[in-house]
Design a protein around this ligand. Structure first.
Ligand code: PMP
Length: 290
């Protein structure tokens, strides 16, 4: 497996970074996960735009132009086998003496990228759907930044694993009113379906703006699927006809069990079937137009 580190391609075994790297010491960095279908990066512009948003959020200059990123990404795809891959792209504030404050320039950021095989979700998962739990969203207030400091997400996701579930759905409590509403999953976005309407939480500082989330809303708009983007109360999550999970690696999955209880009929529903098919068509059309 060839990886990219600071201007060079090499086998992963040869990749070395300093223990003083601020990513290692502070989690001071951001990342992206970009799916590759038929050896072509999916929604590259959108991923690079979100990367820029994350970099701006941590006041780190983008080390590469759009064209440079595209060149590095295409070379990495070429140097790895597999039609479908997922690229992990990671930028930190570089190597400096340990001090919370930003190091004085010039400090080169660390840029790392690797490719892994991207299996599409297996048929049995598409047929059965997945089980999830809910938990309080105890993360910070800049969840729109794709930060490599993922300890809260790690702990929340582990809660699901320990409950024999796939994902933890996060519920944020509003200070003051005490109202509780849906934000997202520990590593995914969540949609609610009620009475044929697809409901999505709004993109704000409390959730990561998912690239798949955007694709799903685009598909809904072009296919006249009724949809609303608005705050979703926790009661609506528990009373949903269907719940859907999206991410670049999981695409769209039906959540058929929540906190040990069936969601709707306890089977993947009509909205899931429709969106899953439309998502596959969308992917195929995008790739065909390359
Ligand atoms: N929210 C969080 C917290 C995530 O980590 C992810 C990605 N794994 C998503 C949402 C989904 O984003 P995308 O569709 O871009 O993969």
């Amino acid at each position: 497996m060839a990886i990219y580190l600071n201007g060079q391609f090499m086998p992963i075994e040869d990749a070395k970074i300093s223990v003083l790297d601020r990513g290692f010491i502070f989690g001071d960095g951001v990342y992206e996960v970009i799916p590759v279908y038929s050896r072509s990066a999916f929604r590259l512009e959108e991923h690079l735009r979100r990367l820029q948003h994350s970099l701006d959020g941590i006041k780190l200059a983008n080390p590469h132009s759009r064209a440079e990123w595209a060149a590095i990404i295409n070379q990495l795809i070429e140097r790895n086998t597999g039609e479908d891959q997922y690229l992990y792209l990671h930028i930190t504030r570089g190597v400096a003496k340990r001090d919370h404050a930003f190091p004085k320039p010039p400090v080169a950021p660390t840029v790392f990228m690797m490719s892994s095989p991207l299996p599409t979700p297996p048929d049995n998962l598409l047929r059965s759907g997945i089980a999830c739990i809910t938990a309080q969203d105890n993360r910070w207030l800049r969840c729109d930044i794709k930060s490599i400091a993922l300890l809260p997400n790690v702990l929340l996701r582990q809660m699901a694993v320990e409950a024999d579930c796939t994902e933890t759905i996060l519920i944020r409590r509003e200070p003051g009113t005490g109202g509780e509403f849906l934000t997202e999953g520990a590593a995914s976005n969540i949609f609610v379906v009620k009475n044929g309407i697809l409901l999505a939480p709004p993109k704000d500082n409390l959730m990561l703006p998912g690239i798949t989330y955007d694709v799903i809303l685009e598909i809904a708009a072009t296919n006249n699927i009724p949809h609303e983007v608005r705050r979703i109360a926790v009661a609506e999550v528990h009373a949903a006809d269907e719940l859907l999970l999206t991410s670049s690696t999981k695409e769209v999955l039906a959540i058929t069990q929540l906190d040990g209880k069936p969601v709707g009929g306890g089977k993947p529903g009509a909205m899931f079937a429709k969106l899953h098919k439309l998502y596959q068509d969308f992917k195929r059309d995008v790739m065909r137009s390359r």
